[in-house]
Ligand binder design. Sequence first.
Ligand SMILES: [Zn+2]
Length: 326
Amino acid sequence: MNWISDWALPKIQTLFGTKRDVPENLWVKCPSCEQMVFHRDLERGLHVCPHCGHHMRIGATRRLDYTLDAGWQRIELPKAPLDPLRFRDQRRYVDRLKEAQTKTGLDEAVVVGHGTIEGRRAVVAAFDFNFLAGSMSAGVGEALVAAAKLAVLQDAPLIVFSASGGARMQEGALSLMQMPRTVIATRMVKEAGLPFIAVLCDPTTGGVTASFAMLGDIQIAEPKALIGFAGARVIEQTVREKLPEGFQRAEYLLEHGILDMVVKRGDMKETLARLIALLREPVPPGTPVEEPELEPVGAAVPPPPDIAAPRPGRPAPPAEPAAPKN
Ligand SMILES: [Zn+2]
């Protein structure tokens, strides 16, 4: 009796207001249009609001499920030093870390998987914003280096879905060191002649934007994703100017040449497969290339228009004075 638990129960609860807060796992409120979306509809629509098209934030494992063909494999990530600075603010960093691990079921803010995308091999790394805001720690750096190495080993393209608040401040300078480290990792992929595709998801900011995430051979973003280095409010206060409409949103960046394309979640897998095919399957050697038929030189070239000829609405040019005779 699935329909009772799936449909009837939540409906009754909503109608009678038995619970002020509708159970999160059954009805989800769209953060953009504030309409309620049934969890099954949401899952079917890849977590894109059916009312307004808002692309909701999704976890890393789900992202890999949506991107790779069934049967993809998650790799075990190399261990990074845990809490190297023994950092503590209001709470200990190790406690925050444990809480994030319990909440997401992940060890770190990145999941790396390999498999195929519409039959084409690929290594995919995805950030999980729910894990300490997808912040970049030494562990995240390790994960991206491992993903790059795997891509080279498997002769497969590397695709990284980023969603991050930037560096993980609890790891101080060690977190900042991941910026050059991840850049070197992506260079490794490029030097092996393999494509690196960056897919920027909502939000991609700070140290992630300032490192590997902007270095893709192809730069893609999800619709309306927030992409930037510093926050809009900070910039506004610094430059003391009103920022333009849609500033730091994917569409604005596309218009200004920072991105190559903005792709809806529903079209992402197909687009990635097409890009991999274009970048990885050049015309095999020996394929006859059709020569375009060239027109014989000087045959059908139209004569230049007589610019001196009078046209309607334009007075005839004055006649040139005759050359003086000697
Ligand atoms: Zn919506």
